[in-house]
Design a protein around this ligand. Structure first.
Ligand code: NAD
Length: 336
Protein backbone atom coordinates (compact mmCIF):
# COMPACT_ATOMS: atom_id res chain seq x y z
CA UNK A 1 0.00 0.00 0.00
CA UNK A 2 1.02 3.62 -0.43
CA UNK A 3 1.54 4.97 3.08
CA UNK A 4 2.15 8.54 4.31
CA UNK A 5 4.09 8.72 7.59
CA UNK A 6 3.66 11.80 9.77
CA UNK A 7 5.98 13.05 12.58
CA UNK A 8 8.69 10.93 11.00
CA UNK A 9 12.20 10.94 12.53
CA UNK A 10 15.46 9.51 11.20
CA UNK A 11 15.02 6.34 13.30
CA UNK A 12 11.50 5.77 11.89
CA UNK A 13 12.79 6.04 8.35
CA UNK A 14 15.76 3.77 9.08
CA UNK A 15 13.83 0.97 10.80
CA UNK A 16 10.71 1.09 8.60
CA UNK A 17 12.73 1.18 5.37
CA UNK A 18 14.76 -1.80 6.52
CA UNK A 19 11.84 -3.92 7.72
CA UNK A 20 9.78 -2.95 4.65
CA UNK A 21 12.18 -4.95 2.44
CA UNK A 22 10.06 -7.99 3.30
CA UNK A 23 6.71 -6.15 2.86
CA UNK A 24 7.28 -3.90 -0.12
CA UNK A 25 4.79 -1.15 0.72
CA UNK A 26 5.42 2.31 -0.72
CA UNK A 27 6.44 4.49 2.22
CA UNK A 28 6.72 8.25 2.22
CA UNK A 29 8.07 10.01 5.31
CA UNK A 30 6.82 13.48 6.27
CA UNK A 31 8.58 15.16 9.20
CA UNK A 32 5.56 17.32 9.94
CA UNK A 33 2.93 16.37 12.50
CA UNK A 34 -0.53 15.37 11.26
CA UNK A 35 -3.09 18.07 12.04
CA UNK A 36 -5.75 20.18 10.33
CA UNK A 37 -3.10 22.09 8.35
CA UNK A 38 -1.00 19.15 7.19
CA UNK A 39 -3.77 16.62 6.46
CA UNK A 40 -3.73 17.71 2.80
CA UNK A 41 -0.39 15.89 2.44
CA UNK A 42 -2.32 12.60 2.69
CA UNK A 43 -3.74 13.12 -0.79
CA UNK A 44 -2.83 10.28 -3.13
CA UNK A 45 -1.99 7.79 -0.34
CA UNK A 46 -4.04 4.78 0.76
CA UNK A 47 -3.02 4.74 4.41
CA UNK A 48 -1.64 7.16 6.99
CA UNK A 49 0.82 6.18 9.72
CA UNK A 50 1.03 8.36 12.84
CA UNK A 51 2.69 8.55 16.26
CA UNK A 52 1.71 9.75 19.74
CA UNK A 53 1.50 13.51 19.17
CA UNK A 54 -0.21 13.54 15.78
CA UNK A 55 -3.72 14.90 15.96
CA UNK A 56 -6.39 12.61 14.52
CA UNK A 57 -9.44 14.51 15.78
CA UNK A 58 -12.88 14.56 14.13
CA UNK A 59 -11.91 17.33 11.70
CA UNK A 60 -8.73 15.55 10.57
CA UNK A 61 -10.62 12.24 10.25
CA UNK A 62 -13.20 13.89 8.01
CA UNK A 63 -10.43 15.36 5.85
CA UNK A 64 -8.69 11.98 5.69
CA UNK A 65 -11.90 10.28 4.54
CA UNK A 66 -12.36 12.97 1.87
CA UNK A 67 -8.91 11.93 0.64
CA UNK A 68 -10.05 8.30 0.54
CA UNK A 69 -7.88 7.18 3.44
CA UNK A 70 -9.32 3.94 4.81
CA UNK A 71 -6.56 3.01 7.23
CA UNK A 72 -4.94 4.89 10.11
CA UNK A 73 -1.95 2.82 11.25
CA UNK A 74 -0.64 3.89 14.66
CA UNK A 75 3.02 3.06 15.24
CA UNK A 76 2.44 3.14 19.00
CA UNK A 77 0.27 1.53 21.68
CA UNK A 78 -1.66 4.56 23.00
CA UNK A 79 -4.56 5.90 20.90
CA UNK A 80 -5.81 8.83 23.03
CA UNK A 81 -4.98 11.20 20.12
CA UNK A 82 -7.49 9.50 17.80
CA UNK A 83 -11.22 10.32 17.71
CA UNK A 84 -12.61 6.77 17.53
CA UNK A 85 -16.22 7.91 17.04
CA UNK A 86 -15.10 9.89 14.00
CA UNK A 87 -13.06 6.92 12.74
CA UNK A 88 -16.19 4.80 12.80
CA UNK A 89 -18.35 7.55 11.28
CA UNK A 90 -15.96 8.02 8.34
CA UNK A 91 -15.19 4.32 7.88
CA UNK A 92 -11.50 4.59 8.77
CA UNK A 93 -9.98 1.48 10.33
CA UNK A 94 -7.56 2.23 13.18
CA UNK A 95 -4.83 -0.32 13.89
CA UNK A 96 -2.08 -0.04 16.52
CA UNK A 97 0.91 -1.85 17.95
CA UNK A 98 -0.51 -2.98 21.29
CA UNK A 99 2.69 -4.34 22.84
CA UNK A 100 5.95 -3.89 20.98
CA UNK A 101 8.31 -4.03 23.89
CA UNK A 102 6.81 -3.52 27.33
CA UNK A 103 10.32 -4.10 28.70
CA UNK A 104 11.66 -1.04 26.85
CA UNK A 105 9.23 1.27 28.68
CA UNK A 106 9.59 -0.58 31.99
CA UNK A 107 13.39 -0.34 31.79
CA UNK A 108 13.15 3.41 31.16
CA UNK A 109 10.89 3.81 34.21
CA UNK A 110 13.58 2.00 36.21
CA UNK A 111 16.26 4.28 34.70
CA UNK A 112 14.28 7.33 35.86
CA UNK A 113 13.93 5.88 39.36
CA UNK A 114 17.63 5.07 39.76
CA UNK A 115 18.83 8.32 38.20
CA UNK A 116 16.53 10.50 40.31
CA UNK A 117 17.31 8.56 43.44
CA UNK A 118 21.10 8.16 43.13
CA UNK A 119 21.52 11.46 41.22
CA UNK A 120 23.94 10.00 38.67
CA UNK A 121 23.00 12.80 36.22
CA UNK A 122 24.24 15.35 38.77
CA UNK A 123 27.37 13.35 39.60
CA UNK A 124 28.19 13.15 35.87
CA UNK A 125 27.96 16.93 35.49
CA UNK A 126 29.85 17.62 38.72
CA UNK A 127 32.75 15.37 37.82
CA UNK A 128 33.09 16.92 34.37
CA UNK A 129 33.60 20.22 36.23
CA UNK A 130 36.21 18.68 38.54
CA UNK A 131 33.76 18.67 41.47
CA UNK A 132 34.17 15.39 43.36
CA UNK A 133 32.02 16.42 46.34
CA UNK A 134 29.27 14.06 47.53
CA UNK A 135 27.25 16.81 49.22
CA UNK A 136 23.50 16.57 48.44
CA UNK A 137 23.86 13.29 46.49
CA UNK A 138 22.35 11.06 49.19
CA UNK A 139 19.75 8.63 47.88
CA UNK A 140 17.82 5.72 49.43
CA UNK A 141 17.89 1.94 49.00
CA UNK A 142 15.13 0.90 46.62
CA UNK A 143 15.42 -2.57 48.18
CA UNK A 144 12.59 -3.34 50.54
CA UNK A 145 10.58 -0.23 49.70
CA UNK A 146 6.89 -0.15 48.77
CA UNK A 147 6.31 0.36 45.05
CA UNK A 148 2.87 1.35 43.78
CA UNK A 149 2.01 0.40 40.20
CA UNK A 150 -0.98 2.15 38.65
CA UNK A 151 -2.12 0.01 35.70
CA UNK A 152 -0.92 -3.60 35.67
CA UNK A 153 -1.19 -4.27 31.93
CA UNK A 154 1.72 -5.27 29.68
CA UNK A 155 4.07 -2.47 30.83
CA UNK A 156 2.99 -2.49 34.48
CA UNK A 157 3.62 -6.26 34.59
CA UNK A 158 7.02 -5.91 32.88
CA UNK A 159 7.90 -3.18 35.41
CA UNK A 160 6.96 -5.45 38.33
CA UNK A 161 9.02 -8.35 36.92
CA UNK A 162 12.00 -6.03 36.46
CA UNK A 163 11.83 -4.58 39.97
CA UNK A 164 11.43 -7.93 41.74
CA UNK A 165 15.20 -8.04 42.24
CA UNK A 166 14.85 -5.14 44.69
CA UNK A 167 12.53 -7.33 46.80
CA UNK A 168 10.00 -4.54 47.33
CA UNK A 169 6.43 -4.77 48.51
CA UNK A 170 4.23 -4.20 45.46
CA UNK A 171 0.91 -2.40 45.62
CA UNK A 172 -1.19 -2.11 42.47
CA UNK A 173 -4.27 -0.25 41.35
CA UNK A 174 -6.16 -1.45 38.28
CA UNK A 175 -9.90 -1.92 37.66
CA UNK A 176 -8.98 -5.34 36.22
CA UNK A 177 -6.61 -6.99 38.71
CA UNK A 178 -4.29 -9.64 37.32
CA UNK A 179 -4.73 -13.01 39.07
CA UNK A 180 -1.19 -14.16 38.38
CA UNK A 181 0.28 -11.00 39.92
CA UNK A 182 -1.97 -11.51 42.95
CA UNK A 183 -0.60 -15.03 43.31
CA UNK A 184 2.90 -13.60 43.09
CA UNK A 185 2.19 -11.37 46.10
CA UNK A 186 1.18 -8.11 44.42
CA UNK A 187 -1.46 -6.48 46.61
CA UNK A 188 -4.30 -4.71 44.78
CA UNK A 189 -5.55 -1.71 46.74
CA UNK A 190 -7.48 1.53 46.16
CA UNK A 191 -5.64 4.42 44.50
CA UNK A 192 -5.75 6.37 47.78
CA UNK A 193 -4.13 3.53 49.73
CA UNK A 194 -1.51 3.08 47.00
CA UNK A 195 -0.66 6.77 47.08
CA UNK A 196 -0.50 6.92 50.87
CA UNK A 197 1.74 3.84 51.32
CA UNK A 198 4.08 3.82 48.31
CA UNK A 199 7.64 5.11 48.38
CA UNK A 200 7.68 5.00 44.58
CA UNK A 201 4.55 5.41 42.44
CA UNK A 202 4.77 4.46 38.76
CA UNK A 203 1.96 5.16 36.28
CA UNK A 204 1.27 2.57 33.56
CA UNK A 205 -2.38 3.03 32.62
CA UNK A 206 -3.74 4.54 29.40
CA UNK A 207 -5.06 8.08 29.13
CA UNK A 208 -8.86 8.14 28.92
CA UNK A 209 -11.58 10.50 30.17
CA UNK A 210 -11.55 8.39 33.33
CA UNK A 211 -7.79 8.63 33.95
CA UNK A 212 -7.37 12.28 32.88
CA UNK A 213 -5.67 14.06 35.83
CA UNK A 214 -6.05 10.94 37.98
CA UNK A 215 -3.16 12.34 40.07
CA UNK A 216 -4.53 15.67 41.27
CA UNK A 217 -4.60 18.15 44.15
CA UNK A 218 -7.22 16.09 46.03
CA UNK A 219 -5.39 12.80 46.09
CA UNK A 220 -1.84 14.23 46.21
CA UNK A 221 -2.75 15.08 49.81
CA UNK A 222 -2.59 11.34 50.57
CA UNK A 223 0.85 10.85 49.08
CA UNK A 224 3.44 9.55 51.52
CA UNK A 225 5.83 12.37 52.35
CA UNK A 226 8.96 12.21 50.19
CA UNK A 227 7.49 9.71 47.69
CA UNK A 228 8.77 9.55 44.13
CA UNK A 229 6.28 9.80 41.24
CA UNK A 230 7.21 8.31 37.87
CA UNK A 231 5.14 8.81 34.73
CA UNK A 232 6.12 7.05 31.51
CA UNK A 233 2.52 6.69 30.34
CA UNK A 234 0.79 9.90 29.24
CA UNK A 235 1.31 13.46 30.52
CA UNK A 236 -2.37 14.21 31.11
CA UNK A 237 -2.63 11.46 33.72
CA UNK A 238 -1.30 14.04 36.16
CA UNK A 239 -2.38 17.57 36.99
CA UNK A 240 1.07 19.10 36.48
CA UNK A 241 0.38 22.29 38.45
CA UNK A 242 -0.87 20.27 41.42
CA UNK A 243 2.21 18.05 41.24
CA UNK A 244 4.53 21.09 41.20
CA UNK A 245 2.66 22.45 44.22
CA UNK A 246 3.10 19.13 46.04
CA UNK A 247 6.85 19.16 45.24
CA UNK A 248 7.08 22.73 46.52
CA UNK A 249 5.34 21.74 49.76
CA UNK A 250 7.83 18.83 50.05
CA UNK A 251 4.93 16.33 50.13
CA UNK A 252 6.02 14.65 46.92
CA UNK A 253 9.78 14.08 47.15
CA UNK A 254 10.69 13.78 43.48
CA UNK A 255 9.23 13.45 40.00
CA UNK A 256 10.48 11.56 36.94
CA UNK A 257 8.52 12.05 33.74
CA UNK A 258 8.93 10.83 30.19
CA UNK A 259 5.64 12.41 29.16
CA UNK A 260 4.20 15.87 29.66
CA UNK A 261 0.64 17.18 29.29
CA UNK A 262 1.65 19.82 26.71
CA UNK A 263 4.39 17.82 25.06
CA UNK A 264 3.11 18.23 21.46
CA UNK A 265 4.65 21.71 21.30
CA UNK A 266 8.02 20.59 22.64
CA UNK A 267 8.93 16.95 22.47
CA UNK A 268 10.78 15.36 19.55
CA UNK A 269 12.13 18.79 18.52
CA UNK A 270 15.49 20.51 19.00
CA UNK A 271 14.51 23.81 20.62
CA UNK A 272 17.94 24.49 22.12
CA UNK A 273 18.29 27.85 20.32
CA UNK A 274 14.74 28.98 21.10
CA UNK A 275 13.04 30.62 24.06
CA UNK A 276 10.72 27.96 25.43
CA UNK A 277 7.26 29.46 25.65
CA UNK A 278 5.93 27.15 28.35
CA UNK A 279 6.32 28.34 31.94
CA UNK A 280 5.23 25.01 33.41
CA UNK A 281 7.94 22.94 31.76
CA UNK A 282 10.45 25.72 32.54
CA UNK A 283 9.52 25.44 36.23
CA UNK A 284 9.70 21.65 36.14
CA UNK A 285 13.14 21.70 34.54
CA UNK A 286 14.34 24.20 37.15
CA UNK A 287 13.44 21.96 40.11
CA UNK A 288 16.41 19.94 41.42
CA UNK A 289 14.26 16.90 42.24
CA UNK A 290 12.62 16.61 38.81
CA UNK A 291 13.94 14.61 35.88
CA UNK A 292 12.34 15.03 32.45
CA UNK A 293 12.98 12.90 29.36
CA UNK A 294 11.19 13.65 26.11
CA UNK A 295 9.04 10.55 25.46
CA UNK A 296 11.97 8.24 24.84
CA UNK A 297 10.89 5.24 26.91
CA UNK A 298 10.02 3.28 23.74
CA UNK A 299 13.32 4.09 22.05
CA UNK A 300 15.29 0.86 21.94
CA UNK A 301 16.49 -1.02 18.86
CA UNK A 302 14.30 -3.99 19.77
CA UNK A 303 11.19 -1.84 20.18
CA UNK A 304 11.78 0.08 16.93
CA UNK A 305 12.14 -3.18 15.02
CA UNK A 306 8.99 -4.62 16.57
CA UNK A 307 7.03 -1.40 15.94
CA UNK A 308 8.02 -1.45 12.26
CA UNK A 309 7.29 -5.18 11.93
CA UNK A 310 3.80 -4.99 13.51
CA UNK A 311 2.80 -1.74 11.79
CA UNK A 312 3.75 -3.03 8.33
CA UNK A 313 2.04 -6.38 9.07
CA UNK A 314 -1.09 -4.43 10.14
CA UNK A 315 -1.02 -2.58 6.81
CA UNK A 316 -0.61 -5.84 4.84
CA UNK A 317 -3.38 -7.53 6.83
CA UNK A 318 -5.73 -4.61 6.17
CA UNK A 319 -4.87 -4.78 2.47
CA UNK A 320 -5.67 -8.51 2.50
CA UNK A 321 -8.95 -7.94 4.38
CA UNK A 322 -7.91 -9.87 7.49
CA UNK A 323 -6.99 -7.55 10.37
CA UNK A 324 -5.78 -8.87 13.74
CA UNK A 325 -8.57 -8.08 16.22
CA UNK A 326 -5.97 -7.55 19.01
CA UNK A 327 -4.48 -4.65 17.03
CA UNK A 328 -7.81 -3.10 16.02
CA UNK A 329 -8.84 0.00 17.96
CA UNK A 330 -12.57 0.63 17.97
CA UNK A 331 -15.50 1.78 20.02
CA UNK A 332 -15.01 -1.20 22.37
CA UNK A 333 -12.03 0.80 23.69
CA UNK A 334 -14.40 3.60 24.69
CA UNK A 335 -16.52 1.16 26.65
CA UNK A 336 -19.30 1.42 24.05
P1 NAD B 1 -2.18 -2.23 28.53
O1 NAD B 1 -3.44 -1.98 27.82
O2 NAD B 1 -1.49 -3.54 28.38
O3 NAD B 1 -2.38 -1.98 30.09
C1 NAD B 1 -3.05 -0.88 30.63
C2 NAD B 1 -3.59 -1.27 31.98
O4 NAD B 1 -4.17 -0.11 32.58
C3 NAD B 1 -4.70 -2.36 31.92
O5 NAD B 1 -4.41 -3.41 32.82
C4 NAD B 1 -5.94 -1.59 32.32
O6 NAD B 1 -6.90 -2.40 33.02
C5 NAD B 1 -5.34 -0.52 33.24
N1 NAD B 1 -6.25 0.59 33.47
C6 NAD B 1 -7.25 1.07 32.68
N2 NAD B 1 -7.88 2.07 33.30
C7 NAD B 1 -7.27 2.24 34.50
C8 NAD B 1 -7.50 3.09 35.60
N3 NAD B 1 -8.51 3.99 35.59
N4 NAD B 1 -6.69 2.99 36.67
C9 NAD B 1 -5.69 2.08 36.69
N5 NAD B 1 -5.44 1.21 35.70
C10 NAD B 1 -6.23 1.29 34.61
O7 NAD B 1 -1.20 -1.03 28.09
P2 NAD B 1 0.39 -0.99 28.19
O8 NAD B 1 1.00 -1.59 26.97
O9 NAD B 1 0.81 -1.50 29.53
O10 NAD B 1 0.65 0.58 28.07
C11 NAD B 1 0.23 1.47 29.08
C12 NAD B 1 0.40 2.90 28.57
O11 NAD B 1 1.79 3.19 28.45
C13 NAD B 1 -0.14 3.17 27.15
O12 NAD B 1 -1.53 3.42 27.17
C14 NAD B 1 0.64 4.36 26.73
O13 NAD B 1 -0.06 5.53 27.11
C15 NAD B 1 1.92 4.28 27.56
N6 NAD B 1 3.13 4.07 26.74
C16 NAD B 1 4.15 4.97 26.82
C17 NAD B 1 5.31 4.80 26.06
C18 NAD B 1 6.47 5.76 26.14
O14 NAD B 1 7.35 5.72 25.27
N7 NAD B 1 6.57 6.61 27.14
C19 NAD B 1 5.41 3.70 25.20
C20 NAD B 1 4.35 2.78 25.15
C21 NAD B 1 3.22 2.98 25.93
Amino acid sequence: MKVAFFSSKSYDEEYFTNVNKTFDHKLHFFETRLDAHTVKLAKGYQAVCIFVNDKADAHVMRKLSQRNIKLLALRCAGFNNVDLDAAEKYGITVLRVPAYSPRAVAEHALALILTLNRKTHKAYNRIREGNFSLERLTGFNVSGKTIGVVGSGAIGRAFIQLLKGFEPHFLAFDPYPNEQLKNEGVEYVSLEKLLSESDIISLHCPLSPETHKMINAQNLKYVKQGAMLINTSRGKLIDTEAVIDSLRKKQLGSLGIDVYAEEEKLFFKDLSEMIIDDDTIARLISLPNVLVTAHQAFLTREALEQIAETTLQNISDFNNGQIAETNHVGRKHLGK
